[in-house]
Design a protein around this ligand. Structure first.
Ligand code: DX5
Ligand code: ZN
Length: 216
């Protein structure tokens, strides 16, 4: 199946948020990527529930929520109620990841785990069957517009192999520094969801940039 593209609203123009949501609705992309930060797990704060509610009210595509917060279990139900389709938590923020992933699935969402650049994909070995999506961070989380960490290619390949060998079909999402220039190499390495913030919203022609990433 062709890969999916998830524009990251962190790079949207918040004074024109509805316009940028409508842009995603009508662009050649698949999901809304929504970055939630708490100023503790990452050194930045993005936006909270009222803004996400406003996004959900206008979004016509699935909501892919990336929680960069400590102790995410506290909010799983809240994000379900906000209309989340895919909910990713950071492995580094979960003491009982197996329980957390099951709690996400039990509420009818797809379970996602995000890995910081320093976290080996092998750390997922014993929870693979609990995972629908792995979000491989290709930058250190907390900010948009950073440059892509090349080591990510090896991690995608290793994770795709783990998933295949386990007879699973885990979605592998790449988050951070994705551009039209590296998109096709990422897909070739085994990625099937590409998150893109700056390279879409800050492009001279956002629609053309989205299409370039989608057709990579
Ligand atoms: C970073 C976020 C990313 C970010 C990507 O912490 O998880 O989703 O928005 O931004 P770009 O595509 O600009 O690197
Ligand atoms: Zn993200």
């Amino acid at each position: 199946m062709a890969h999916l593209v998830a524009p990251s609203l962190l790079a949207a123009d918040f004074s024109n948020l509805q316009r940028d949501i409508e842009f995603v609705n009508s662009s050649d992309t698949d999901w809304f990527h929504i970055d939630v930060m708490d100023g503790v797990f990452v050194p930045n704060i993005s936006f909270g529930m009222p803004v996400i509610k406003a996004i959900a009210d206008h979004a016509k595509k699935p909501l892919d929520v990336h929680l960069m917060i400590v102790d995410p279990d506290r909010y799983i139900e809240t994000f379900k109620n906000l209309g989340t389709d895919i909910l990713s938590v950071h492995i580094e923020a979960c003491t009982h990841l197996h329980r957390t992933l099951n709690a996400i699935r039990d509420l009818g969402m797809k379970s996602g785990v995000a890995l910081n650049p320093h976290t080996p994909v092998e750390s997922l070995k014993d929870v693979l069957t609990e995972i629908d999506l792995v979000c491989l961070m290709s930058v250190n989380p907390g900010f948009g517009g950073q440059s892509f960490i090349e080591r990510t290619y090896e991690k995608v390949k290793a994770l795709r192999k783990m998933s295949d060998e386990a007879g699973l079909d885990i979605q592998i999402e790449i988050d951070g520094g994705v551009t039209p220039a590296n998109a096709s190499a990422l897909v070739k390495a085994g990625a099937n969801v590409l998150v893109a913030g700056s390279s879409i919203f800050k492009a001279a022609d956002p629609s053309a940039a989205a299409t370039a990433i989608k057709n990579a």
